[in-house]
Design a protein. Structure first.
Length: 545
């Protein structure tokens, strides 16, 4: 049940049929069934819930520099466990990812990369604002000489077992009403996160008035901090990125459909919040806060998202398909458009978001199931209607169903995404047989040895796979092979040193069968693609394709 509602008419009878609950309602989001006056309903239980919202589960103090871990839990930055050097990790092997820590929460205990444990910007701003309001309330209470006697009940007493602590040490007289006094007890470090409270002082009108004033300001400050930077509405199923910025899950996914960067700080993100919820859990504390202070707004936001989803589902086809060649993400594709149907398709793309799908021709079905979304970078029109297009790949897709429009294929597609960096590291740790040092290189000569068979490829560190592939490119360039000329490099660029980009570049350069290259489109990890590239190299070195 919601502690507070921000809608004063939430309890009035509705004249319209109740909407169906939105899909994937975040766990714990309650329905706001009645408005709650800030002067009413502040029972010991509700006061305790409010104060616990800003307490660190580890140290029990109000949060200081809050950090939200990849598992969705939050704690103080000083309460983070000590770090250790992670082993069997060679990609991406940046300094902040080579340092890891074990999650302090008993129901998780996973290893988190230090780079994924940044300051939670929203929680930090929210807690700072709330602290300031409690401090103002404390000053007002001292001036009015209002005092409340607060007693704590530890986990033993809650379970019905006599506590070992002295009763006097668990009772304090503190300034203010119930809410303010309980917060001050936590601020002193005398209120354990799991403890409950009781009050010996009667809740007089003066006490209630002060609590109502403090609560109203706390609520105002909270509501000012829980808006998404994308939709500017209250957070719905909030997800906090490794860089510490928070967005609605659906809003973040929409951003990542067009860019791989955080919309606030532009740091590159590898999470896919809609496609892999387990790897991108909701921010647990923000969920509790929005449920406590504005569950009615969260419900309305969920209904709006549900309606948007229904509208989207009503669009049977979402992508125009150019059936021609094989294209890859981040790589250029040049097209000479002369057929009337595709001239129309390109004209419509230019009037829209400048994107369309590219799928390879298939003898059986007419076109391949997997393809790449291309964005038009440049276009040159000829007087006879033909055009030359310069495009770049931005994402991959799988065709779910298709139809025809104006002579060309249109399709309903689903995006193909890579697993997260954390999952990528876990995959390498499971597969790599050689222990990897902190430098990202194999720690032993045996592990660093380049493979001579596909079986050896499977167990090598990701960075060793990359080194093997780039060494092959260097050797082939030294031999002046026909497929690695200056003209080719002018089109596709120099050999990338980023393992995430290399396989796409290599597939464009190396003269292997199109069916082999096509397999890359269905992969979901950098390591998987590098292993395929290394397999091609071994085949090339033993024979010619």
């Amino acid at each position: 049940m919601s502690l507070f509602t921000s809608n004063p008419k939430a309890n009035e009878p509705s004249t319209t049929p109740a909407a169906a609950p939105p899909p994937d309602v975040p766990t714990g989001v309650a329905r706001a069934d009645s408005p709650l006056d800030e002067r009413q309903g502040l029972t010991a239980e509700r006061v305790r819930v409010l104060v616990r919202l800003i307490q660190c589960p580890v140290c029990s103090f109000p949060l200081r520099e809050p950090v939200t871990l990849p598992c969705g839990r939050s704690l103080c930055k000083p309460c983070l466990p000590s770090t250790h050097l992670r082993t069997r990790i060679s990609y991406p092997a940046t300094a902040d990812r080579l340092q890891g820590l074990q999650c302090p929460f008993p129901d998780c205990r996973a290893e988190h990369a230090l780079g994924d444990c940044g300051l939670d910007v929203t929680l930090n701003d929210l807690v700072s604002a709330v602290r300031a309001e409690y401090e103002k309330g404390r000053n007002a209470a001292l001036a009015s000489k209002l005092v409340t006697h607060v007693s704590t009940k530890d986990e033993w007493e809650i379970a019905g077992i006599p506590s070992l602590k002295d009763a006097d040490s668990r009772s304090r007289a503190l300034p203010g009403g119930r809410l303010l006094a309980t917060y001050l007890l936590a601020d002193m470090g005398d209120l354990d996160y799991n403890a409950e409270v009781t009050y010996a002082t009667p809740d007089t009108e003066d006490h209630a008035d002060l609590d109502a004033t403090v609560l109203a300001k706390v609520k105002e400050m909270t509501l000012a901090e829980v808006d998404c930077h994308v939709c500017y509405a209250v957070f719905y199923d909030a997800v906090t990125t490794p860089c510490g910025h928070t967005f609605c899950r659906v809003c973040l996914q929409r951003v990542l459909d067009h860019s791989s960067c955080c919309p606030v700080c532009r740091r590159r993100l590898t999470i896919q919040p809609m496609n892999n919820r387990a790897a991108s859990p909701a921010n647990e504390l923000l969920r509790k806060i929005t449920t406590a202070f504005c569950a009615d707004l969260v419900e309305l936001r969920g209904q709006a998202i549900s309606k948007e989803g229904l509208k989207s589902d009503n669009h049977e086809f979402d992508l125009a398909i150019f059936v021609c060649t094989l294209s890859f993400p981040s790589m250029p594709t040049f097209l000479h458009v002369f057929e009337a149907r595709y001239r129309l398709m390109i004209r419509q793309a230019l009037e829209g978001d400048r994107t369309f799908g590219m799928a390879m021709y298939d003898d059986d079905s007419g076109f391949a199931e997997l393809g790449t979304v291309l964005r038009i970078v440049n276009v040159e029109f000829f007087p006879d209607g033909r055009s030359l297009l310069e495009t770049v790949g931005i994402s991959r897709f799988r065709i779910i169903r298709h139809g025809m429009l104006d002579g060309y294929v249109v399709a309903k597609t689903e995006r193909i995404n890579d697993i997260s960096i954390a999952d990528e590291e876990q995959l390498e740790a499971l597969e790599a047989r050689g222990v990897v040092s902190g430098s990202g290189r194999a720690a032993s000569p045996g592990a660093a040895r380049f493979p001579t068979s596909t079986q050896e490829v499977e167990g090598l560190p990701t960075q060793t796979l990359m080194d093997f592939a780039t060494d092959f490119v260097r050797r082939m360039r030294g031999q002046s092979v026909a497929w690695l000329t200056a003209r080719i490099l002018a089109i596709y660029g120099e050999c990338p040193h980023d393992p995430a980009l290399f396989p796409w570049w290599f597939a464009n350069i190396l003269p292997v069968r199109e069916t082999e290259k096509y397999r890359l489109l269905g992969t979901t990890s950098v390591r998987e693609r590098l292993k395929m590239c290394c397999g091609w190299i071994l085949e090339w070195e033993s024979s010619r394709w």
